[in-house]
Design a protein around this ligand. Sequence first.
Ligand SMILES: O=CC(=O)O
Length: 324
Amino acid sequence: KNCSTNKPPKVLIAEPSTPRSGISYLKEHGCQVIELEKATEDEVLKHIAEVDALLLAPPLKLTNKILDAAGCNMKTVATVSAGYNHIDIDELRKRGIKLGNTPRVLDAAVADHAVMLALAAARRLHEGRLKIENNEWKSDYQWMLGQDICNSTVGIIGLGNIGQAIAKRMKGFDIKQILYTGHREKPEGKELGAKFVSLDTLARDSDFVIISVPLTKETEGMCNEEFFSKMKKTSVFVNISRGQVVDQPALIKALKTNSIFAAGLDVMTPEPLPPDHEMLKLPNLVLTPHIGSATTNTRNEMSLLAAKNILKGLAGEEMIYPVV
Ligand SMILES: O=CC(=O)O
């Protein structure tokens, strides 16, 4: 295996749409970059043996095949994302490879998106648009009634950085209270005046349920049929984390039978969602194509942060946001 360190260090940019901010930063700091034209495993395999670091983004998975093909200098990986469920971190740990991610810089954009979905689902944004298109606009005071956010109980599953940013925003809507659940009660929860409850209580008592928990073995399928059956008929469900946290058929059933009021999803399974998918036919479901962090500034910041993680890793220093 190629074990000599490249001078200048070589960084493989696996995601062709990585904003220039990070790529320029790497170049300005003495790196040679190799940019792929397509983010596929095969393309990565063509170059991975000769590089010292890898910058990638979901949905590309960091497979064992890629890790096996890497030279023994490839000890630094950065993902341009907050989530890292596309990477087997135990495997990286075993191989002594460092991984950094890009949290915090996307909190505001993703939290804004969650609030947008909550409002859009509660006020029937998608359905209203369809009514206009289908010439079904009525003048009726009982028509298209939605749910209020004011005086509501907002339940946040996963009060991490994004969850806290969501809580802060929702507090601006004169809500009654914030509930949250997770591994443990958090000091940040207390500061926000949020109440730590069980998943059951959260499902039962919330008017808005918002998922901002990372996808792990523990959270996979956590919002299942039983969960949705506990939610109120008037409640709104929002997911900005990963589609697999939700048992999607159970959600579809809950929406179709109106056992919950509406949902807003930025993440789903599969992604991309096929255009003939049954979810697109549900009037009480607002969908966006996994764009929670997709603002110009946020994506630039994410790219730059990933580049900084790479440079730290190459220098043998602690990354700014180390995962492994
Ligand atoms: O989904 C996007 C991210 O994890 O940053």
